[in-house]
Structures are given as structure tokens and as C-alpha cells.
Design a protein around this ligand. Structure first.
Ligand SMILES: Nc1ncnc2c1ncn2[C@@H]1O[C@H](COP(=O)(O)OP(=O)(O)OP(=O)(O)O)[C@@H](O)[C@H]1O
Ligand SMILES: [Mg+2]
Length: 349
């Protein structure tokens, strides 16, 4: 009988992340970074660390791993690898190499399942133009897979999450709803058969989005993953020292996710995000809880959220279109509201 991987893990994908309210106090307890060549460390909760090697080269260093978010082992491998590579793209970087990070319950699952997970990851790395050069494998109670990825970027062209400026427009390159859709499938409630759409989105590399933003020149970017659109935007506005407004009707959402969230389906991580965000986000009257949950939905391998000056937004949208990104929606604007705070309006005013 085929094993359904989502049934052997309690949590799924990026929804397994500890929420910001748990992580950030821990990060503040880490020893301070002293090496002057560390351009980006943990203080701004960015997507990856950046280390200057020379005047024209910096390393981009990141790792991501999680428990199964889909049933098929090959798909799980491909999604986890796409998600891990995404943090390099979010910094404007180019991946160079990757290492496999593996936890596997060898007593309850056949080794052929792990082989399929690794095949999915390796083929995605190949698609990204890099080799898997090693890894580490331990016994665990639930399968865990991801990558540690090393990339490069020119030190003057790092796209951090701290460079946003009031007035910048916010562009999102994949629709939301992935956490809701994968949860529906895991709970056998995906009556509309939408999991295929979610797998397609999760295994789409953010390479095209990265190439588009570096071609145009943008102020800031991050990838939208476990903290949801609003959670990752909160990191951008906190690091950039500004506020933001999101226009609900401009946010692309996979249609079936609206139906499921209204039926009460959403990952635990999405609810945790929503609770954390209460102190940082205000919603215009009339915006209902399902919409708040969609905007907080824990994405696995979501798109890039890019802050770009208004004069360049048309060029960015054109470049994204040329590379076929799943979405290229202008979803909001940075403003000079209180630093770190977000307002959600029903529509663009
Ligand atoms: N255990 C840890 N020790 C040190 N730094 C950590 C730890 N966990 C997370 N971080 C750091 O916290 C920051 C935010 O990490 P987080 O995993 O939320 O973002 P991310 O790497 O962009 O992942 P994703 O794109 O999947 O959301 C990063 O600077 C990351 O390196
Ligand atoms: Mg990230």
C-alpha cells in the first residue's frame, strides 16, 4: 500500500515553523555578531545571512527543512528544495551549491521512500543549475527534508528586507492559500481537488522572480512562507523602519482556498500567525476573519514579496510576466505610518 507522507507527520511544511513570537525572543538571546564581513545576520530576521568575501563577491547562506506537506515523496523532495532555494533568490542571489538535510524513520518507512524524496530534491537543484554536494542524515520519528544552500551576490546588489522606503509599491509573485489547500488535502477535505495547483505553485522556483527584480532594481524583497504575507511583510516594515498598507482585493488567492477557509480549514501555523499579528496589523471594518486568515496563511514555498519604487513597477511587472511567474500583483504600498505596523484596506484608495 502506498504511504501517504502527510499522514506520518503531525505538522506540514512551513506551517511547522515556530511562529515569530517564539523565534524572535530566542534570536535576541544569541551572542552578538562581531565579524565586520557579516553584512546580514539574524538581527533583521532576513531570509539568509550574507557574508562579504571581497569587494565584488558575497556569500548567501541559508537553510530550510520541514516535515511532509504533500503525500508523494518525490513531490515532497521537490517542494522542500524549491523552498530552501527560495531564500537565496529572495536576497537577489544566485545559488551555487546545496547540501541535503535529512531525518528519516527507517523502522517504519521503506528506504525507497527516502530515495524518492532525495530524487525530487536533486532534480529541483538541477533545475536551479546547481549540484547537491553532500548532506547529513539522522533517524527521526517523522520524515524531515530540506537543504542548506550557498549562493553568491554582488555586495552592492544584495536585496535585503531592510531597504524598503515609504511610497514603494509591493508586488507579490505567487497567489496565497497554499497552507489552506495543503491542510484540506491532509485532512481529506480537498473535495475540489486543488492540491495539484498547490504542488505546482510550491515547486515553482522563485528564480524568475529574482531575475526580474535584479534586472529592474528594487529596494527590498523577502519570500512569503511560514509567517504568511502579513507576517513576512511585518519583517520588511520592521527592518525598513516604515509602515505598510495592503489592499485585500488586489491580493491573488487560489480560488479554492477561499472556499476551504470559509469551511474552517486552515493550518495551526496560520492561526498562530493571526494571533501574533494582532498587535501589528489593523483591518478596515468589514474585513472578515476568513480574509484575515488568508492574509496570515502559512505558505510553503510561496512567492517573492518585492518593494519597488513606483517609477519602476511597470518594468518589474513586465519582467515578471516575461518570466512567467505565477502572479505579478501590486498588493499594497509602504508608507510613513508607524514603523512595523500594517493596515489592511478592502481596496486600493
Ligand atoms: N535556530 C536559529 N539560530 C539562529 N538563527 C536562526 C534560527 N532559526 C532562525 N534563525 C534566523 O532567523 C531569521 C528568520 O528565519 P526564518 O526561518 O523565519 O526565515 P527564512 O530563513 O526566510 O525561512 P523561510 O523563507 O522558510 O520563512 C533568519 O535570520 C534565520 O537565519
Ligand atoms: Mg525566507
Amino acid at each position: 500500500m502506498t504511504v501517504r507522507l502527510t499522514q506520518v507527520a503531525k505538522r506540514a511544511g512551513c506551517a511547522a515553523k515556530h511562529p515569530p513570537g517564539y523565534l524572535f525572543p530566542l534570536l535576541r538571546g544569541l551572542p552578538p555578531i562581531t565579524d565586520p564581513n557579516v553584512m546580514i545576520g539574524t538581527s533583521t530576521a532576513d531570509d539568509a545571512a550574507v557574508y562579504r568575501l571581497s569587494a565584488d563577491t558575497a556569500l548567501v547562506l541559508t537553510t530550510d527543512f520541514f516535515t511532509p506537506v504533500v503525500d508523494d515523496p518525490y513531490d515532497f523532495g521537490a517542494v522542500a528544495a524549491t523552498n530552501a532555494l527560495s531564500d537565496v533568490y529572495a536576497m537577489g542571489g544566485k545559488p551555487l551549491t546545496a547540501l541535503n538535510l535529512v531525518g528519516f524513520p527507517d523502522e517504519t518507512l521503506d528506504a525507497s521512500i527516502l530515495a524518492e524524496i532525495l530524487r525530487g530534491g536533486a532534480e529541483k537543484a538541477r533545475e536551479a543549475g546547481i549540484d547537491l554536494v553532500g548532506g547529513h542524515t539522522i533517524k527521526t520519528d517523522e520524515p524531515i527534508y530540506g537543504l542548506a544552500v550557498t549562493g553568491v551576490v554582488h555586495p552592492d546588489r544584495v536585496v535585503s528586507n531592510a531597504g524598503g522606503r515609504p511610497g514603494d509599491l509591493l508586488v507579490l509573485t505567487k497567489p496565497l492559500g497554499i497552507g489552506i489547500l495543503t491542510t484540506a488535502a491532509k485532512q481529506n477535505k480537498d473535495t475540489r481537488g486543488a492540491i495539484g495547483k498547490a504542488i505546482q505553485l510550491m515547486s515553482t522556483l522563485n528564480r524568475g522572480a529574482c531575475e526580474a527584480m535584479t534586472a529592474v532594481g528594487v529596494h527590498a524583497a523577502t519570500d512569503v512562507t511560514g509567517f504568511g504575507l502579513l507576517g513576512h511583510l511585518r519583517n520588511v516594515v520592521a527592518a525598513s523602519g516604515c509602515g505598510a498598507t495592503v489592499w485585500l482585493d488586489a491580493v491573488p488567492v487560489v480560488e479554492e482556498a477561499w472556499a476551504y477557509v470559509k469551511e474552517g480549514i486552515a493550518p495551526g501555523g496560520t492561526h498562530a500567525n493571526w494571533r501574533f499579528l494582532k498587535d501589528h496589523v489593523s483591518y478596515e471594518d468589514g474585513i472578515d476573519k476568513p480574509a484575515e486568515l488568508v492574509l496570515s496563511d502559512a505558505q510553503t514555498s510561496g512567492g517573492l514579496l518585492i518593494a519597488v519604487e513606483p517609477a519602476r513597477v511597470d518594468a518589474l511587472v513586465r519582467e515578471l510576466e516575461a518570466r512567467g511567474t505565477p502572479a505579478r500583483a501590486i498588493v499594497g504600498r509602504l508608507d510613513d505610518g508607524p514603523a512595523g505596523k500594517i493596515r489592511v484596506a478592502a481596496k486600493r484608495g
